[in-house]
Write a protein that binds this ligand. Structure first.
Ligand code: GLV
Length: 326
């Protein structure tokens, strides 16, 4: 019988993911879910042919130099800023991600944050739980309307477009900014108008960030950009920490430069700036954009399928570095 390739799964996954991998590979998994530090990860990977990894694992040249057998790094995420693609290619490691399966769930979470920030849901719930609610009054926890407002989306890939589609039911005006303008028929279908970044910041009631994180998008929203937004505007970040300068955002939220924010991601997460915790006008979530049972299990299975394809001589469906030669 042929020897099965060896795979490490770096974090807890679903039973069905392990069962599928087990049919094709010899699997070592970390169902205890304690993240490996860089050294432990390198130790665990030194005899492995593949790794099914997560955004908490840094896959870079230093690590790969210690993993001579590795042929594939299959990320359980659509974002892959934790993976150095050039280093993977240099070490003949195929890198993959999980596009497509999480668009709708992530768009739903961006909307959850928009609605919660607009209607002050975190504040409202804290108030009720603290036993402060003594009765109805007209000006209680006044929020702002989402319906008929202007939605500005920066980053109009699959997830950005799914966010835009949901705006129709709220009768919103949709404007967007993206590295490249969408084809006219897609713009028409989404009823979305292309504008410059500055126009978007100046006009949007809700600014939603959905571009990938990279050195080019680091602090894409900082003090200057926050000042260009309306004082009544709400900022939503459901993409990656680092696209927003969190220190500048805290200053803007404290000083009334913008009205509120809804955040699923943070710089240096999970150690977010503690000043966020004291602010009432921010809704905070722990990077759960894609976290529904169906979507997270589809993501894990997609990553497993990518890994198996690479290790059985095929081309993984979601290959990020096609220039890589095994
Ligand atoms: C989650 O953040 C992902 O990139 O899939």
């Amino acid at each position: 019988m042929a020897v099965k390739p060896k795979v490490l799964v770096t974090r807890e996954v679903f039973d069905e993911t392990l069962a599928y991998l087990g049919r094709h590979c010899e699997v070592e998994s970390n169902q205890k879910d304690v993240p490996f530090d860089a050294d432990t990860l390198a130790q665990r990977l030194k005899d492995k042919d593949g790794v099914v990894c997560c955004l908490t694992d840094r896959i870079d040249g230093q690590l790969l130099a210690r993993c001579p057998r590795l042929k594939v790094a299959a990320n359980i995420a659509v974002g892959f800023n934790n993976i150095d693609l050039a280093a993977c290619t240099a070490h003949h490691v195929l890198a993959t991600n999980t596009p497509g399966v999480l668009d709708d769930s992530t768009a739903d979470l961006a909307w959850t944050l928009m609605l919660a920030a607009a209607r002050r849901l975190t504040e409202a719930e804290t108030y009720v739980r603290a036993g402060q609610w003594k009765g109805w009054h007209l000006k209680q926890l006044l929020g702002v309307d989402v319906h008929h407002a202007t939605l500005g989306i920066i980053g109009m890939g699959r997830i950005g477009q799914a966010i835009a589609r949901r705006a129709e039911g709220f009768e919103m005006r949709v404007i967007y900014h993206n590295r490249s303008r969408l084809a006219a028929d897609i713009e028409q279908r989404l009823k979305a108008t292309y504008v410059s970044k500055d126009e978007l910041l100046a006009q949007a009631d809700f600014v939603v960030l959905q571009m990938p994180y990279s050195p080019q998008t680091h602090h894409l929203i900082g003090e200057a950009e926050l000042k260009k937004m309306k004082p009544s505007a709400i900022l939503i970040n459901s993409t990656r920490g680092g696209v927003v300068d969190d220190t500048a955002l805290i200053r803007a939220l404290k000083g009334g430069t913008i009205r509120a924010a809804g955040l699923d991601v943070f710089e240096s997460e999970p150690r977010l700036n503690p000043e966020f915790l004291a602010l009432k006008n921010v809704v905070l979530a722990p990077h759960i954009g894609s976290s529904t049972e169906a979507t997270r299990s589809a993501m894990a299975m997609t990553a497993a399928q990518n890994a198996v394809a690479a290790l059985t001589g095929g081309t993984p469906p979601n290959l990020l570095n096609p220039e890589c030669k095994l």
